[in-house]
Design a protein around this ligand. Structure first.
Ligand SMILES: [Zn+2]
Length: 341
């Protein structure tokens, strides 16, 4: 009798504990849904009008305008209670001038900006969500605001971080750690991401994937008016990643996923042309999210009033949903492919 009572008590406690630790991380669960719904076109717009304002002077690498944009971004992370990687000791990773000389230019010292949410179960495994926050600056007194390139990716990364932090506050913190990586020097030669990959704050061997966003706020002539996004490189290194991204899309925004640029014969060779490649070359699976080459690409007219904010929201939500699965699934994704076809 006594023994049975004790057994009952132990069983009861075990059930109670089980209820407390088994949370629903699926796309149908409240943890995901609330966070997903916190990504809004209104907040993306508010931030983008600041990041791509004239007083950021086109955010050229190492310029006062770029540093001002960086300060604003860090203020937002602080406001949301999102810190930096402990090993770095600050949000800044200095990218020295000497590391950016490859193409004969001399650029000033500049900074990558890193925000970090530690994983609750697999702290040492890192998911990277990246975007470059530099642009091409000012030419003949005209500011190149770079609202789409890559203000759109910059504010998307900030909003995705905020969504993960929302989930964390409600007890749904990511199981793996997430690094929000804003790189510098992209327009001059992918320098910030190259510097990070050569001076990683977390071991590359523990870096599971990089989801890179470079231009997701517009459409190109080929897809005018469509609800789409180009996804590039998602099946190169991992047979899991493309499937995860497609499942995330089916469960959420249902965009048309365009794989045109995955064709190895495509002359644009975009797989090699943005910051994700500095992860891919170290055998880290990547997916690159992109809206295409449009009329205002690298022109002074790439302005925030031309952004399709509802579409920007959907694309940011897709990257969030994919990152969510990468961070919370039981097994780390496989690396079973090669960088060349
Ligand atoms: Zn860009």
């Amino acid at each position: 009798m006594k023994n049975i009572k004790i057994y009952g008590l132990v069983l009861g406690l075990a059930l109670l504990q089980n209820c407390a630790t088994t949370k629903n991380f699926s796309y149908d669960g409240k943890g995901f849904k609330d966070a997903y719904n916190s990504i809004t076109s209104a907040e993306l717009k508010e931030n983008l009008y600041i990041i791509a304002a004239d007083d950021m002077e086109g955010r050229d690498t190492g310029s006062a305008g770029q540093k001002k944009a960086g300060v604003y971004m860090i203020e937002q992370y602080k406001k949301n209670g999102i810190g930096f990687p402990p090993a770095l000791g600050s949000y800044y990773q200095k990218v020295p001038s000497a590391s950016m000389k490859k193409y004969g230019e001399t650029l000033p010292d500049s900074e990558n900006i890193l925000a970090f949410i530690p994983g609750t179960e697999k702290l040492e495994e890192i998911i990277v969500v990246s975007a470059h926050y530099d642009h091409v600056g000012t030419k003949n007194g005209v500011v190149y605001n770079g609202a789409d390139d890559d203000g759109s990716g910059t504010v998307a990364v900030m909003e995705i971080a905020e969504a993960f932090q929302e989930a964390k506050k409600k007890g749904y913190g990511p199981k793996r750690s997430i690094l929000f990586l804003h790189v510098t020097g992209e327009e001059h030669g992918l320098f910030g991401s190259e510097y990070y990959s050569e001076n990683p704050v977390f071991p590359l061997a523990n870096t599971v994937a990089d989801l890179n966003i470079d231009m997701i706020g517009r459409d190109d002539p080929e897809n005018r008016g469509k609800q789409y996004v180009y996804v590039i490189g998602s099946e190169m290194l991992s047979s899991d990643l493309k499937k995860i991204n497609e499942a995330a899309n089916d469960k959420t925004v249902k965009l048309e996923l365009n794989y045109k640029y995955d064709d190895p014969k495509d002359p644009q060779r975009l797989y090699y042309r943005s910051d994700h490649y500095n992860f891919a070359k170290h055998n880290i699976p990547v997916a690159f999210f992109f809206d295409g080459i449009h009329e205002d690409y690298h022109k002074s007219t790439d302005d925030p009033d031309k952004i399709d904010y509802p579409l920007l929201q959907k694309r940011a939500q897709l990257v969030f949903a994919t990152a969510w699965e990468l961070a919370n699934r039981p097994d780390r994704i496989v690396v079973d492919g090669k960088n060349t076809r």
